[in-house]
Design a binder for this molecule. Sequence first.
Ligand code: TMP
Length: 247
Amino acid sequence: MNLDGQRGSARAHTGRGWFVTFEGPEGSGKTIQAARLRDRAAASGIPTLLTREPGGTPVGDRIRHILMDASHDSVPLGARADALLFNAARAQHVDDVIGPAIARGELLICARYADSTIAYQGYGSGLPIADLRDLERLATGGLKPDLTILLDVPVEIGLGRKGSDEQQRFEAGFDHAYHERVREGFRLMAAAEPERFVSIDATADEAEVEAQVRRAVSGLAGLAAIGAVPGGDAAGEPDSPALRMTR
Ligand code: TMP
């Protein structure tokens, strides 16, 4: 997007917005960290929109309901139907929410995006990754995040953070080995695209994770204010050891 693959460069912001996604296994803290980043960015005067997948549009929310509802277990949704439904919701989301916000020059923060389909329906359910990439291109028009923050957490810790009443179809209906494959899939994607991903150990306490998120985001050209410490220097120097450690 606005960085041409040069995250952290000193190049001036071009006027287009930024696209930041949070990814990770179940219980990694994406929702809270995405909300904290939104609050921080807004407090820094950066026009910001927080959204999530599946969802983010009226039709996306209806598709989310179908996907998350475990009550049709007598006629389970198959992995191909899952992949198509997630991408149907995504196509609408890109057209109606994500694309327009970036075009307006805003910071668009999304909890989960296309990498989740590769991790869950690809690595988890075993659908061919190449086919899922083709589907992703159709759904997104090739729109990739400027920065993807992977909140990495061991499966047993992540699942353990959610009470049984909070568990939806993917947490409750898929076994431990499935979630291990999902986690490994995210880690492989992060290793394959180090210029886009920053991986953060999400077993750290929330404040520490939040500080690392800020450092990562403030490495994007034009967003240094997000890393600024009150009364101090910007914490978001792209070459700071703290950021290097997280890559
Ligand atoms: P959430 O609970 O983090 O909002 O995510 C909803 C669930 O949907 C979660 O278990 C991950 C799963 N999911 C996929 O399997 N594929 C996808 O493409 C997305 C976006 C989510």
